[in-house]
Design a binder for this molecule. Structure first.
Ligand SMILES: [Mg+2]
Length: 221
């Protein structure tokens, strides 16, 4: 007897019962282009600091992780604010360029760079899911640990412009993976967790955090 191998089940998107689709932003819908290390390198050069992109990449990773650990260890964990989010980036830049008097000037330039739409490019996998959610007639929201610069970008950068709601951690007061982040989004959308789907790239901040909150999840990237 010949056994036919069943093809993998196509995942229905959006799944039945979902009433709104919420998208992470960075590395889900858009990513920096050129990448962060190249932008840091070029910006630092303009201030007379020459550090190679490979070193920058390593230091950036470590600096990012350090800030995540600070937020995880604070009480309450992952609470944030506009000033904390600005401080996070100031400290990351200072850690990438230690002992540099130009660090504050480099930080200021980088802060405005990543607030501009031309610093980003669209990721087609995420965009296609966003378009599918809209085609299904569902409201679409952005929910990001990116700070209030997201509010400006969302008005100018495809496909963020298609979102009906924008939730930035600095404005919500909590960062993912805090359960409070998800509760506030539920309240603002007026939907229970089982009616919500998060699309995101990060295994911890998006996928497991949303699952813990009782949401549907779709991993990308
Ligand atoms: Mg992300």
């Amino acid at each position: 007897m010949v056994r036919l191998v069943e093809p993998p089940q196509a995942t229905v998107f959006p799944p039945p019962g979902v009433r709104a689709v919420v998208f992470d932003v960075v590395h889900t819908l858009v990513e920096p282009a050129p990448d962060v290390a190249v932008v840091y390198h070029r910006t630092a050069l303009q201030h007379g600091v020459n550090l190679g992109p490979a070193v920058i990449r390593d230091r950036f990773r470590a600096a990012w992780k350090r800030q995540e650990e600070i937020d995880a260890a604070s009480r309450p964990a992952h609470a944030t604010s506009r000033s904390r989010e600005t401080e996070r980036w100031r400290r990351i830049v200072a850690d990438v360029f230690p002992g540099t008097t130009a660090a504050e000037a480099i930080f200021t330039d980088l802060w405005s760079h990543f607030g501009r739409p031309d610093a980003w490019r669209t990721l087609s996998a995420g965009r296609d899911l966003l378009l599918a959610a809209r085609a299904a007639g569902l409201p679409v929201a952005l929910a990001s640990n990116f700070d209030e610069r997201l509010l400006g970008l969302a008005g100018q950068l495809e496909p963020l412009t298609l979102a009906d709601h924008v939730f930035a951690s600095s404005e919500i007061g909590w960062r993912k993976p805090a359960p409070q982040f998800f509760r506030i989004v539920e309240e603002r959308l007026g939907l229970s967790p089982d009616r919500l789907l998060l699309v995101g790239d990060d295994p911890l901040l998006d996928v497991s955090a949303a699952r813990r909150a009782g949401w549907h999840v779709r991993a990308v990237g």
